[in-house]
Ligand binder design. Structure first.
Ligand SMILES: C[S@@+](CC[C@H](N)C(=O)[O-])C[C@H]1O[C@@H](n2cnc3c(N)ncnc32)[C@H](O)[C@@H]1O
Ligand SMILES: [Zn+2]
Length: 955
């Protein structure tokens, strides 16, 4: 082992962090109605919450020893006045009462969400002083090499730090300019933006009015609920390919819809109000011709056309655009709906004709949509071959006119202002293009409860909508005016955040992060939130924005728009469709894609290593799920020469998926920190260490870290403790790298992590289940108890349960059917309680469910868990007296394994769990005389938070 990294001055992130409090703040930010302003500038994917970015930055540059309170204060967490205790405790106690609060979140917590406040100038100057002391007299330079929507460099700037941002893709690069450069270099622009936006809107609206005929009385329609129509192959009727007939659904039997009829030969749509004109029983607008799987039933002759035939018709262009209904938005919210008329149809036709006649439109957006893309092949299958095809004719004309109007004012802007100011105004105005596309394309869903569009990319896919919105951008909700004012207000908020901070504008580059422009050893700290395998295909998804933005601003930002479409070759994602051609028998396209991603990430880490100063830090934000991902990530970091020094999990956001109770558990993000040692390492050529020589050290490092955390009083969950112990463990492992077993085979980092997990679990057992002798229980019972102990919840990630099983030699898949101790729930593990395992003693044996493995009439049980579950059941069904007899008959009154299991369950089950209550009943009263348990009294202590085990900090 070597010790040449000892001169790395420790950072705050290498100590304990107030992870729970930060997690709580992250979740508070997750409110689609009111997000940080930078998120409203332009659509982009995978935005991280502000508190996560703040802690990653601050803890990566502040020295170890800065207190949790100081960090939270800098993060603008906690009330400004009136609390002198522990802020993290305060935040957690507020969280515990959050559901019972009366006022707003801000009132309840006593301070607004952190993103709304920038540190004061005093806070900033104190911070800078500390930082200069630590970083040899200079402020540390922070770089984010895959900056996306930019929250990391943005927050760095808000602390007055020198920040740099790089991003491969042009679309977020425009966001970065607007977020990290203009508000600092040019400042507020409200007057200018308002003026030019109004001019664009007025010119475009004038040119477009003929395509949105108004009927005089109600003004101009704002939205058209739109679908398609095909000709029925059987009866030749015109059939709308719509799943529903609603225009405005207020409840399942109330609202406004259109009803089809073929009485006069052709399709007619009649506006009906439910239940006044017609009831749901007579006409259910929920039952449109298009069924869920895509088959289409003709409302005229009832013949079904299969989804594959429909798809073929679309591919051949054998369909027409069909308006379902027309909406007028009234000021004050009172909307009006009507059925489509011939005039509406003619207006659409007019747009179609215009496209064919107008040279500018004829050749607009004719770039090919990649036919085999992971995300694009589906729409291509429906005949979307060029980017223009994502818009119906009127949508295309609308976007074109807004673009033309923009081009006209662009010239004036460039003549009116200084270069930088003109660039800023033009770029910010161009962002509206992205929003217009989001809310006005064949991908933009019609929100039937509101009658206006939702954004197209919520699902991170190109999903053609069977009811989409043809959106008149000159009127109503989600109009050009709405969009520009959203952008302007956001920009003004952002500029306001910098008033009084006055940082240097960030340097922004648009390159592959594996080939950065930065000089060798020029950066102090890198905070990076890279793409995660195949979760989002950024480049594919953003082409639809790219093709427009290129037309809007490639003259202003030529460096961003070098190619026809976005760069997919250099992108760090696992995209199987890129490997279609070279996949073969030896490796599938999925494997090749994974390999590409891992190599690219590894190149990025090497590049990060190159630009970092010795002693500098790199913190990676990563969605931590499978051990596999850990293995790859840590291996490539070690190979690049990094010393891994810390790992922390933070709760980051609510996932899209929800659990069965509908409440959903939050996703975690991992913060992993590596340091560049002062003395160059050569991991590839180092002398291998034997695993048997480092195993004890990794174990010891993990245990020490866990004990430290337990003693520190910082409130953490037990899984947090395990993950936090990975950092120090990996440090030992990296020091010893490469590690080999006695067969000379390389040992992967996962081995060290498994060892750490086991070691920490042992510490947790010692701490919480002392004297309960869990080790001596049968494996299944032990596993079951450890799962509850560590996860403190019924449901948790499959991989975590698997790892726990490995540690004690349980193959959890093998025991799943025979023991029914757990079941799979959306890929997670869900532990079963006694009621999911024990047969009903009140039923005759022949009537009982054979799926339940535990028979309470048995006299002995293969596992102590079965015995205790059976006892719970008997108590529940037959009461105390019979239970006493039942226990005695089976000699449980003198069975130490039975007692240990019961005691352990009392300790680990959450107090609101049915099994906990039954366990408690067994442990008190007359049954307790029989069992004679010597449990520690804290088992029954009813703390403030009854639902969970006592938190670690209290010990
Ligand atoms: C997870 S996102 C960053 C999100 C950002 N932290 C935020 O909160 O807004 C990852 C970004 O990496 C970019 N990216 C992918 N491959 C890249 C590469 N090779 N070089 C630079 N950036 C890349 C993607 O375009 C995407 O914007
Ligand atoms: Zn028909």
């Amino acid at each position: 082992m070597t010790d040449h990294d000892d001169d790395l001055k420790p950072l705050a992130i290498e100590g304990k962090l107030p992870l729970k409090a930060v997690g709580i703040e992250n979740l508070k930010e997750d409110n689609p109605k009111h997000m940080p302003p930078h998120r409203y500038l332009h659509p982009w994917f995978a935005r991280r919450p502000t508190p996560a970015a703040r802690i990653a930055i601050l803890a990566s540059i502040l020295p170890k020893g800065v207190s949790s309170n100081e960090i939270l204060k800098l993060m603008q967490i906690g009330p400004k006045v009136g609390i002198d205790g522990d802020i993290a405790d305060y935040v957690e106690s507020k969280k515990a009462q959050e559901d019972e609060r009366s006022g707003t979140l801000g009132e309840h917590y006593g301070y607004d969400r952190p993103f709304t406040s920038t540190p004061t100038s005093d806070e900033i100057s104190d911070l800078h002083e500390t930082l200069r002391d630590f970083w040899d007299g200079e402020l540390p330079k922070v770089l984010d090499p895959t900056a996306g929507g930019g929250v990391i460099p943005f927050e760095a700037l808000r602390y007055g730090l020198p920040a740099e941002a790089n991003e491969l893709n042009a679309v977020p690069s425009l966001i970065l300019k607007t977020l990290l450069d203009y508000p600092v270099s040019v400042g507020h622009l409200r007057k200018e933006l308002q003026k030019w936006a109004a001019e664009i809107d007025s010119v475009a609206s004038d040119s477009l009015s003929e395509y949105y005929p108004d009927n005089g009385e109600r003004g101009t329609p704002s939205h058209y609920a739109s679908t398609y129509a095909i000709t029925c192959p059987n009866c030749a009727a015109r059939v709308p390919v719509t799943p529903k007939w609603w225009l405005h659904r207020k409840s399942s039997n109330k609202g406004i819809a259109v009803r089809p009829s073929y009485e006069h030969g052709d399709l007619e749509l009649e506006l009906v109000e439910l239940p006044d004109d017609v009831t749901k029983e007579e006409f259910n607008p929920q039952d449109g011709p298009r069924a869920r799987g895509g088959d289409l039933e003709c409302p005229n002759c009832d013949i079904v056309t299969e989804s594959s035939d429909i798809k073929e018709m679309f591919k051949q262009g054998d369909y027409e655009y069909q308006i379902l209904g027309v909406k007028y938005t009234k000021e004050g919210g009172n909307a009006f709906y009507r059925a489509p008329t011939t005039e509406d149809k003619n207006a659409l036709e007019k747009a179609k004709a215009r496209i064919n006649d107008d040279m500018g439109l004829f050749s607009l957006l004719t770039e090919d949509v990649p036919p085999t893309g992971e995300k694009t092949s589906e729409p291509v299958g429906y005949g979307i071959t060029e980017w223009r095809d994502f818009f119906n004719p009127r949508q295309l004309v609308t976007h074109y006119e807004y673009w033309q109007a923009f081009e006209d004012v662009k010239e004036e802007i460039l003549e009116t202002y200084s270069d930088k100011k003109a660039e800023s105004i033009v770029t910010i105005l161009a962002l509206t293009a992205g929003k217009m596309i989001d809310y006005n394309s064949r991908l933009s869903p019609y929100k039937v409860s509101k009658g206006y569009p939702e954004n197209a990319f919520a699902g991170k896919n190109f999903t053609l909508q069977w009811i989409y919105v043809d959106n008149n951008l000159s009127s109503g909700n989600r109009s050009y005016e709405d969009m520009t004012s959203r952008i302007m207000n956001s920009y003004e908020d952002i500029a306001g955040y910098f008033d009084g901070v006055d940082p240097t504008p960030a340097k922004i580059t648009s390159r592959d992060a594996a080939d950065l422009e930065q000089e060798n050893e020029s950066i102090d700290s890198i905070v990076v939130d890279p793409p995660y395998y195949s979760s989002i295909m950024y480049a594919e998804l953003s082409d639809i924005f790219y093709v427009w933005q290129k037309r809007y601003v490639s003259d202003i930002h030529p460096e961003f728009f070098q190619s026809d479409l976005t760069d997919k070759d250099s992108e760090a994602v696992a995209n199987p469709s890129r490997f279609e051609d070279i996949a073969g028998r030896s490796s599938s396209k999925k494997e090749l894609a994974k390999g590409h991603y891992e190599n690219k990430m590894s190149d990025i880490f090497s590049e990060i290593y190159r630009v970092l100063k010795p002693g500098g830090s790199m913190t990676v934000m990563f969605t931590h799920k499978e051990t596999d991902a850990w293995d790859t990530l840590t291996m490539s970091l070690i190979r690049s020469g990094f010393v891994i020094t810390s790992t922390h999990p933070i709760t980051s956001e609510m996932p899209d998926r929800m659990d069965t109770q509908g409440s959903g558990s939050a996703d975690s993000t991992l913060l992993l920190t590596g340091r560049k040692p002062h003395e160059e390492r050569d991991p590839e050529n180092a002398v291998p260490t034997l695993w048997s020589d480092v195993e004890a050290d990794t174990r010891a490092a993990a245990k020490e870290a866990a004990r430290d955390l337990l003693e520190s009083g910082v409130s953490l969950t037990k899984t947090d403790v395990i993950i936090s112990a990975f950092g120090p463990t990996l440090r030992v492992f990296a020091d010893a790298y490469p590690v080999v077993d006695d067969q000379d085979e390389e040992v992967p980092p996962r081995k060290a992590l498994e060892t750490a997990r086991e070691a920490v679990t042992q510490i947790l057992v010692d701490e919480y289940l002392e004297g309960m002798d869990v080790d001596n229980l049968d494996d299944v019972t032990e596993w079951y108890i450890l799962c509850w102990l560590v996860h403190e919840a019924e449901t948790f990630a499959y991989d975590d349960g698997l790892q726990l099983g490995h540690g004690i030699g349980v193959d959890i898949d093998e025991i799943k059917r025979s023991t029914k101790t757990w079941r799979k729930s959306r890929g997670d593990i869900s532990l079963r309680g006694h009621s999911g395992r024990v047969q009903n003693i009140n039923e005759k044996p022949e009537d009982r469910s054979s799926r339940l493995p535990v028979d309470p009439d048995d006299l002995s049980f293969p596992r102590s868990l079965d015995a205790v579950h059976a006892a719970m059941h008997v108590y529940d069904k037959r009461g105390e007296t019979e239970t006493i007899e039942w226990l005695r008959e089976r000699n449980f009154d003198s069975d130490s394994q039975f007692k240990s299991t019961l005691k352990a369950l009392l300790q680990v089950l959450p107090h609101n769990h049915e099994d906990w209550e039954l366990a408690r009943d067994l442990a008190v009263g007359r049954t307790s005389d029989v069992l004679d348990l010597d449990f520690s009294p804290n088992v029954f202590a009813e703390g403030g938070d009854e639902t969970s085990q006592s938190t670690l900090g209290e010990h």
